[in-house]
Design a protein around this ligand. Sequence first.
Ligand SMILES: C[S@@+](CC[C@H](N)C(=O)[O-])C[C@H]1O[C@@H](n2cnc3c(N)ncnc32)[C@H](O)[C@@H]1O
Length: 419
Amino acid sequence: MTSNPYPLGLRLDGRRVVVVGGGAVATRRVPALLDAGADVLLVAPELTPALRARVDAGRLHWVPRRFAPEDLDGAWLVQVAIDDPIAAASVSAVAAERRIFCVRADDRTAATAWTPAVTRHGPVTVAVFGGGDPRRAMTVRDAIRDLLAVRLAADGSTPAQSRPHAPTAATPGVTGRAAGRVALVGAGPGDPELITVRGWRLLTEADVVVADRLVPGLLLDELRPDVELVDASKIPYGPSRAQEEINQILVDRALAGAVVVRLKGGDPYVFGRGGEELLACAEAGVPVTVVPGVTSSIAAPSAAGIPVTHRGVAHEFTVVSGHLAPDSPASLVRWDALAGLRGTLVILMGLKNLAAITATLIAHGRSPQTPAAVVQEATTGTQRVLRSTLGEVAADLLAADLRPPAVVVVGDVVGALDG
Ligand SMILES: C[S@@+](CC[C@H](N)C(=O)[O-])C[C@H]1O[C@@H](n2cnc3c(N)ncnc32)[C@H](O)[C@@H]1O
């Protein structure tokens, strides 16, 4: 018989936490550690694209090899996220020798620390231990989360649940489900609290979650441990998984009876290739539900204090992809026509081509003095905002070293709320 765990809130700001393993479990665990301010050292010969993106962004240190005892030098906590029990036991043994608490994904009975099921509501964190049964912990956590959501909605702090019409048969409940299905769920721009109530509920019902790089990592941290997480990251210019392969995974898992959530950053239909996934599922006879998301094209300006429309300033906003240069034969965008608009232009995926885009807009008549802003990693703890003008923004962006994901906003709305 095991004693009950002693609950603690670890204050990890600047403290070294070692994560051993670079697969799906580490992908789910690392975001919460980073959110707590931990100095994360990841030890693994290989990483998932999502973890690699965090390494490339300078968020954590990566030692690209197998674990060695000296990796625990200076560590306060170690999380073992590998499924090889012998390797995991040897990490645990080194941790125990050094009196460092050790969380083990492969064998919780051998661990010296357990991670609870967690739900976060602003500054409030609720952590639940299920007496050694993670499913029980998740069930209780979900019930508490629902209660808090209802309470907050009653207070007026959370929008009431929307019930858009599903394109196919009504969604059955968790119990009694017979056939597989797919939900294309918009995860919102970055803050985990910006997923819709419906999107969250479907996540709690999922057997399989196929997630993009831009989805909030903390949402993945809250999944049940038995959920299969497929990392469909499409890192620009890096390793990528073909869209056909993603479509196939959705169809195969659903036909095998799984409840599949395809979790996408922002809204699934805004440069999200959601339409292709819906068609692939429909062709295979798989029922699909689409849950809209808060798109970064509106949320990123908003998070930077920029309304995309404002009375007497802008009566329209246009969202455009800048992933192709204006002179590219493959581009479908009439940049010359956009230059003639007076309203707000919101450019996604446009950093690489920004100099060519701004030059084209100016050449076709938009004033170089038009206010412009760039919002990087909007709604996250690492959001950055640059304010400039159409004529200067490309150079200012380089000087400030802003990086994707970022949204560029052009128009008088950029200064509309400035005192
Ligand atoms: C492939 S598009 C997907 C857009 C997504 N479906 C949406 O509705 O927000 C990716 C682009 O969205 C923008 N983006 C997504 N999340 C962002 C964020 N948190 N901050 C700034 N831009 C973001 C960036 O321009 C990024 O290159």
